[in-house]
Design a protein around this ligand. Structure first.
Ligand SMILES: *Cc1c(COP(=O)(O)O)cnc(C)c1O
Length: 460
């Protein structure tokens, strides 16, 4: 396959520079992608779906180039993972160097420095000046599970509070914690017990309730239906991801923290999607000065390598007996090297500032679109984690609260066919989310949002 030669490391100087422009060399998917898609269907489990039937050859900056030579604008970052880019030079070099030294020893057999250094860095970066400890794992779901293990161990209690629209993963415990049945849970039960769902703050649909009022609504449910002294922990995404980029009303998270502190309940922030510079600060919790007892991280932390982490109060984390936390691959040395390089890149290139600038560019475009198109019901999110929620209009042409998943899919399909990778999300499937790598140029953003505008104008 000639495609093999294209998948060499992007830092390989024999490869020409990846041009930072959108370019369609063929229709999408092109002939090579169609061929590979047939092989995929014959070889890969059908349950593993794909958003676009287009096979990647290389990626970097704000571009994914496919095996037919098409260059697509990346507004997805592989679901919020390649925050520093898909081939950030420092990450590529660190991975190459570490892989040549050793790929694995298992940290719990013979440890290595990279793991310790990642722990030190995350202890310093996560919210709060208290003493902290970190443990590393492979995926977001695995880290969430471990956060719950630690919380139950520390409190001696069982109950876990999650929220409407929450997404925490696909393993058995995290399926129970995830809200949406299709596609995440259907047919996969029975689910883990002692998981209770409270109402979320959803400003677009809360009819003007304040953050404090929606927090009270959730706390009432917990106190009346679960009992405060049964609760080990409450876990919440400070900006919800798969559930629709729902940004809670100001005051909601601080009120929950206050209630947790008063009731011996641990407050866990699932920052798997919102963390690590994505929202224009290191963590989405930072906006309101929320200091979680435990923070869960994954996606953006290691420049595309699989790594996840929980960082929490030292006394809570150290309460677990030796051997109680771990796993064969957790904190793999190559992934740790990538994480250190990714964190360095964020600091050196001020990617937090870049995320804020991206917010300004995207917001300007989307606010203008919303002002002239009532089907755009809400524009929300922060930094490079922005979304629009699409709704039906009434007979006078005014926007309603009724979700429009059909329009959402039509717009996404239009954009993808034109060479823009966009993702949808939301409990009602009516949210378009924009998660570009922070290495994307303003020119690519404008080109992508020109396409999006065209999509809205051509779909009626
Ligand atoms: C993606 C995600 C997870 C699960 O992470 P995986 O690495 O896919 O297991 C958990 N929580 C949130 C908020 C996520 O966005």
């Amino acid at each position: 396959m000639t495609s093999q030669t294209l998948t060499a490391a992007p830092s390989d100087s024999s490869l020409p520079e990846l041009k930072q422009t959108r370019h369609l060399a063929t229709e999408l998917p092109g002939p090579r992608s169609r061929e590979l898609m047939a092989r995929k269907t014959a070889a890969v489990a059908g349950g593993v779906g794909v958003t676009m039937p287009v096979f990647a050859a290389r990626a970097g900056g704000g571009i994914v180039e496919d095996i037919d030579g098409n260059r697509l604008i990346d507004l997805g970052s592989g679901i919020a993972v390649t925050t520093v880019g898909a081939s950030a030079p420092a990450v590529v070099a660190a991975v190459q160097e570490q892989a040549a030294a050793f790929t694995h020893t298992c940290f719990t057999v013979t440890p290595y420095e990279g793991y310790v250094e990642v722990a030190e860095r995350l202890n310093a970066l996560t919210p709060g000046g208290h003493a902290k400890r970190t443990a590393l794992f492979n995926s977001g779901a695995e880290a969430v599970e471990n956060a719950i293990k630690v919380a139950r161990h520390a409190t001696g209690r069982d109950a876990v509070i999650v929220f409407d629209h929450a997404y925490h993963g696909r393993t058995n415990l995290t399926m129970a914690m995830t809200a949406k049945v299709m596609p995440y849970k259907k047919g996969f039960g029975p689910f883990a017990g002692e998981v209770y769902r409270a109402p979320m703050s959803y400003p677009f649909r809360d009819g003007g309730l304040s953050g404090a009022e929606v927090a009270r609504r959730a706390i009432d449910m917990i106190e009346k239906q679960v009992g405060a002294d049964e609760v080990a922990c409450l876990i919440v995404e400070p900006i919800q991801g798969e559930g629709g980029f729902i940004e809670p009303a100001l005051g909601f998270l601080p009120a929950l923290v206050e209630w947790c502190r008063a009731n011996g309940v641990l407050f866990i922030a699932d920052e798997v999607q919102s963390g690590i510079a994505r929202t224009g600060s290191w963590f989405a919790s930072d906006l309101e000065g929320v200091e979680p007892d435990l923070v869960v991280m994954a996606k953006g932390v290691a420049g595309g390598m699989p790594l996840s982490a929980i960082t929490g109060r030292a006394d809570i984390m150290d309460g677990v007996h030796a051997g109680g936390l771990g796993g064969t691959y957790g904190g793999n040395p190559v992934a740790c090297a990538a994480a250190l390089a990714a964190l360095d890149t964020i600091e050196r290139e001020d990617l937090i500032g870049r995320a804020r600038r991206i917010e300004t560019v995207i917001r300007e475009r989307l606010d203008a679109l919303a002002a002239r198109d009532p089907r755009v019901g809400d524009v929300r999110g922060r930094g490079a984690m922005i979304a629009i929620e699409l709704v039906k209009t009434d007979e006078d042409g005014n926007g309603t609260l009724e979700p429009d998943a059909t329009l959402t899919n039509a717009v996404a399909t239009y954009a993808r066919n034109a060479g823009v990778i966009v993702l949808t999300c939301g409990t009602y499937g009516n949210v378009l989310r924009f998660l570009p790598p922070l290495s994307i140029s303003d020119d690519l953003l404008h080109d992508a949002f020109d396409v999006l505008e065209e999509a809205f104008d051509s779909i009626r």
